[in-house]
Design a protein around this ligand. Sequence first.
Ligand SMILES: *Cc1c(COP(=O)(O)O)cnc(C)c1O
Length: 433
Amino acid sequence: MRLISTRNGASASSISEAIRVGLAGDGGLFIPDTFPEGQLSGLSVQTSLKETALALFEPFFKGDQLESVLPELVEETYDFDVPLVNPHPGRPGVFALELFHGPTGAFKDVGARFLLRCLDKLGDPSAPFTVLAATSGDTGGAVGCAAEGRKGVRAVILYAKGRISAFQERQLTCWNAPVTALEVDGDFDACQRMVKAAFAERALSERHNLTSANSINIARLLPQAAYMAWAARQAYEKNGVKPGLIIPTGNLGHGVAAIWARHMGAPWGPIVLATNANRTLADWSISGRYEPRASIATLANAMDVGAPSNFERLNALPDDAARLSVELVEDRAIRARIKADFERSGYVWCPHSATAAEALSRMREFDLHARPWVIAATAHPYKFADVVEPLIGQTLEPSEALAEVLGRPTQSESCGADLDALRHHLNALNETA
Ligand SMILES: *Cc1c(COP(=O)(O)O)cnc(C)c1O
């Protein structure tokens, strides 16, 4: 298998190279030239998540310098549970795939752990990769956590001073070396501009081996495809009917991962993308025209995306592989769904997962009963306690992993809102190293 660009102008010499550079040379995203169909069809309900991941990764990594360390990377990436639970005891055909039992309480842990471990193996400890991330959502914490203690890669995380919640700030600032959290005297857009400017300055970028950890990197997508493949098999074996899947969607990293898994043989039936009020995908599914928009702020803020960065990968698939539907869920419906499902069964969704639960509740009876349905539960509700607690009228307890985060000391450095200030911080890292 070769990895080629969605824009057809470039290819990667290996998956390691695709992981290192993230984006293809022509600005497109990496996709396999042919998908390894049938790779997953031989797996059974007894196949573990880790075994599923190894089977799925094998053709992608064949002959690559990372091939021999894959078992170790897989072992460390999936070292927490991904349970398929039944959130509503009265409805045995509905499942939640709880993807939030990792150290930072969101599915981003899985991709970040795998990507950072790949970079760690590929990097040179005397001149490590530097992952530069501007973050408002779940990615920064997951990347910081995944970088802790690594030698071949370090992480520099920028966040906007005074503009993120107390818990978010903790989660960005509690990781030990080689992780640096920069509290930027500006807003999120300023953080993003600084990161872009740093990448654009060739000397700076080369000096620090700058790399990004965003969701277009194939090393984030594949480990997500693996649990999507595993979950399909688990749900399918319950009664032999292909389950449907509903995924809360922003940048389409997760959605494309599931669609790739189905294309490679995972027994998924219909796939539904649930979005918040950002309408780009909903409009596209009706009109067939893709028109990116500016993003708007919603309660499901990790999905506040107006130009989904993985759209090109979806578009590159043959029509029958890419079949899906889109359900748009406004804030009002997110609130009502969290409240209603809690009152019905005591199960608590985060605002993102609630978009998928709402999409399920809007389904026609016939479709609902035709097959089992799996809702991807993407974050632990405690991370969004400020939204959820008033709706359910109770205080939420952190998971064990999140309690561990809360107990850690924090540390950050203040940074001006321009490239000179960022350059200064980056250069200081090299001096102390
Ligand atoms: C990132 C994120 C999403 C959206 O995932 P994409 O891969 O960007 O579509 C949904 N829910 C949570 C909690 C997230 O952190």
